[in-house]
Write a protein that binds this ligand. Sequence first.
Ligand SMILES: *[C@@H]1O[C@H](CO)[C@@H](O)[C@H](O)[C@H]1NC(C)=O
Ligand SMILES: *[C@@H]1O[C@H](CO)[C@@H](O)[C@H](O)[C@H]1NC(C)=O
Ligand SMILES: *[C@@H]1O[C@H](CO)[C@@H](O)[C@H](O)[C@H]1NC(C)=O
Length: 429
Amino acid sequence: MRQRRQDNIGISNLKSDELVHNSFVEMMFFICLAIFGLKMHFHGGISSLDHVEEELMVHNVSQHVSQQQRKKPHRQRYIPCEVPFIDSVNYLREPMDNNKFAHFYLGYAEREERISQNDTFEAHFGGHQTLEERDKSYHARSQTIHCGFVSGPDGFPGTGFELDEKDKKYMSTCSVAVSSCIFGSSDFLRRPTSKVISEYSKKNVCFVMFVDEQTLVKLSAEGNVPDDKGNIGLWKIVLVRNLPYEDMRKTGKVPKFLSHRLFPSSRYSIWLDSKLRLNADPMLIIEYFLWRTVSEYAISNHYSRHCVWEEVLQNKRLNKYNHTAIDEQFSFYQSDGLIKFDPSDPKILLPSFVPEGSFIIRAHTPMSNLFSCLWFNEVDRFTSRDQLSFAYTYLKLKRLNPDKQFYLHMFKDCERRAVTKLFHHRMDN
Ligand SMILES: *[C@@H]1O[C@H](CO)[C@@H](O)[C@H](O)[C@H]1NC(C)=O
Ligand SMILES: *[C@@H]1O[C@H](CO)[C@@H](O)[C@H](O)[C@H]1NC(C)=O
Ligand SMILES: *[C@@H]1O[C@H](CO)[C@@H](O)[C@H](O)[C@H]1NC(C)=O
């Protein structure tokens, strides 16, 4: 392993396209793949656990062992693969804004008036998008669409996700944002691995952890108290008041999908679930997953499931959500174009129809923002299980916009494992 690290440093001064073709890296990659495949074969049958816990390795969680663990033989079932980052942020060159990515203007519905003067109207964070508006919103063209943060008419209570003005002001200055959230005290705080993060990124990237009051109280009680600037380690802690949904998982989809709204002047963002620790430099991540692949949206595939049909069964088996609601969503999707994943189809649009959405890298281009809004709206309308709506949203967007490309890069789950470290969710609640 030591050998491998040195080799990496040795090749890192090459241009990125030469890097990709480096045969040594490729060889390591295929060895890792082979091991990965083997492990899957041995452990593919476990189904009694949450998909999150299912993939988890059992090992001692300690802040100081992360470097050693990269060198020691891995005990986890799914092994990270080699991610050939460039050596240093000093070699970063942002690609020129070319005309490859679609250009159009997206506006966002901010306020809704009640349509009729009856008393049943309730203001909702996601608004009241009609099915007709929903269909229109899938067209990639200049228009105003629903994308969360919709307020009701005057006199109605706020629809939630309220932030302090000073936090909003700070967030509006970010040009690159890394964010995560913990709501309902569902997790521990995992600080990004500071020593792998460049001074450049520490200075220029915003690291924001959204929490609710309950989580903040719990973290403080455990000794994680934000400093004078509101930081815990690299994380800037941002308190969210008045959560928009009773379902915490649904609330978690607000920062997950809507980073372009929360960080309105940001050009790039990285999302990671609270179960993950960021273990690589965010700018190197952006270079590797977006710039080098000329993509505007990058997400990993699921480590074992590729078909939404399987995902539906698994969600029900693990009782992840109200079965009736899953069925309603699934049958709606089937009646509107969702097909089974067929790996033998030469025209297949994605390597998998099921994502592992715990780690997402985005350029905030119009198409990428549109996809994020559309996916969020599916979660708002149906279930919070976003693995169920990903392929539908993507396929419908492609189908309705044959003349506009959406450069989505679906990378391998083992690459996600190489740049983030996976932990158990908090168990004590
Ligand atoms: C984890 O490691 C630390 C120090 O390396 C040790 O003190 C602790 O007992 C270990 N915990 C478990 C659960 O093995
Ligand atoms: C109240 O208004 C909503 C939305 O316009 C409508 O769907 C509903 O049928 C109305 N209810 C009554 C009792 O009029
Ligand atoms: C399950 O979902 C259905 C359809 O959305 C709803 O009518 C029902 O009340 C839900 N059941 C529970 C227990 O929440």
